[in-house]
Design a protein around this ligand. Sequence first.
Ligand SMILES: Cc1cc2nc3c(=O)[nH]c(=O)nc-3n(C[C@H](O)[C@H](O)[C@H](O)COP(=O)(O)OP(=O)(O)OC[C@H]3O[C@@H](n4cnc5c(N)ncnc54)[C@H](O)[C@@H]3O)c2cc1C
Length: 429
Amino acid sequence: MADGLKRVAVIGGGWAGMAAAVALAEKGLPVTVFEAARQLGGRARRAAIHGLPLDNGPHLLLGAYRESLRLMARVHPGPLPLKRIPLRLDVPGHFRLSLPRLPAPLHLAWGLLAAQGLTWQERLAAARFVRWLKRRQFRLGQDASVESLLRGHGQDGGLRRHLWEPLCLAALNTPIALASAQVFLHVLRDSLAAERAASDMLLPLADFSALFPEPAAAYVRRQGGEVRLSCPVRHIRRQNSGLALATDGGEESFGQVICAVPPQRLPSLTAELPELAETRKMVAGFHYQPIYSLYLQYPEDRRLPAPLLGLDGGLGQWVFDRGQTHGQKGLMAVVISGPGRHEILDHEALLDAVAWELAPLLGQQRPLWGKVVAERRATFSCEAGLQRPSIATPLANFHLAGDYTEGDYPATLEGAARSGIACAARITG
Ligand SMILES: Cc1cc2nc3c(=O)[nH]c(=O)nc-3n(C[C@H](O)[C@H](O)[C@H](O)COP(=O)(O)OP(=O)(O)OC[C@H]3O[C@@H](n4cnc5c(N)ncnc54)[C@H](O)[C@@H]3O)c2cc1C
């Protein structure tokens, strides 16, 4: 076999690409990772803001993120920089659901029945709905929108507003009127309805490049692989039985390629591969949803009653207190998932509006400074009935990894990691 044909390339150093690279390195296969940006992490990366190491947006992991956690443990020398807390949805003054440290399924039953901010009828309706889902093993005969599923099962009023709608938006980043009920049920099955630890929230204690992609790169290099930054692949073409990748430094041959770029980048990158025509058509039909992250710095003595709180009735949806996780005292990170009024406000007006919403929690009207990070195409819109491309393509040595590929999960770190691992398994057998 020519030397080039033994080589494996991964294009894209986000969570999918780095998961693939680690999974290959674990099996002793040296790999070359090409990353276009100056840093690893893709949509979950460190961003320097106001001189601080922040993230492009605060992220939350769940205990159910089995594969991401396994790979993180593989590449981290010490304990994982994550704070594990039992699931708690707390919207001060409106709603509270916390899952106690009881064995499953008691933790969920107890949590629902003891939820504050719901009527007794609503608590019982939620428990009935979960029982129905379990009987059906969280499978629907046909996909529908989350909204129609909820309507069909009497999940209205406070249940919809405080529980299902925020959970759906947080997990699928898609409004309930469009969101895929089946994908939402996969998330519920693996988190709320699985063993108790699967529903735990894992709050990062480090920035997102340091949490996985950077230690993953160090691991890949130790295993004989290579990670090249600021090295975009411009196009790919077939070359005998291998594939040639063109970068600004020239062309290189590989026997196997895992393409882990976001779906928007796929069409131009694969334009010279006619075998990918169907995949290109499929992703051309995707819609995308935004996520806005607002950082607001208050005096160091300002602190929330918990590291993560829900917000109700305004623009902000969740607020993270980075003082309690990253030691950045007084710094709040507010998340707004999905479309909405916030998209038409200029950043100053948006910061003012959200500062107003936070004032009762922090006892202070104006932050010292604020910054909006708008990811307008944060994730694909995870809509009912959406067809997603398989990781396998008609080219036996070209594989697709990424949060958008076919799988149980919406666009999440875990979905990305699983797709990368599955691509690696196709190569290592
Ligand atoms: C603000 C925000 C908040 C989020 N919150 C959460 C959360 O709380 N929990 C959760 O689980 N998920 C969350 N997500 C989703 C999660 O971040 C993504 O699903 C995941 O990071 C996608 O990883 P990926 O590797 O598939 O793609 P990407 O992260 O997009 O990685 C693709 C990589 O390919 C590189 N690339 C592109 N073109 C080329 C090229 N030609 N050559 C070489 N490299 C190239 C890019 O630079 C990038 O690094 C959030 C996303 C955003 C944006």
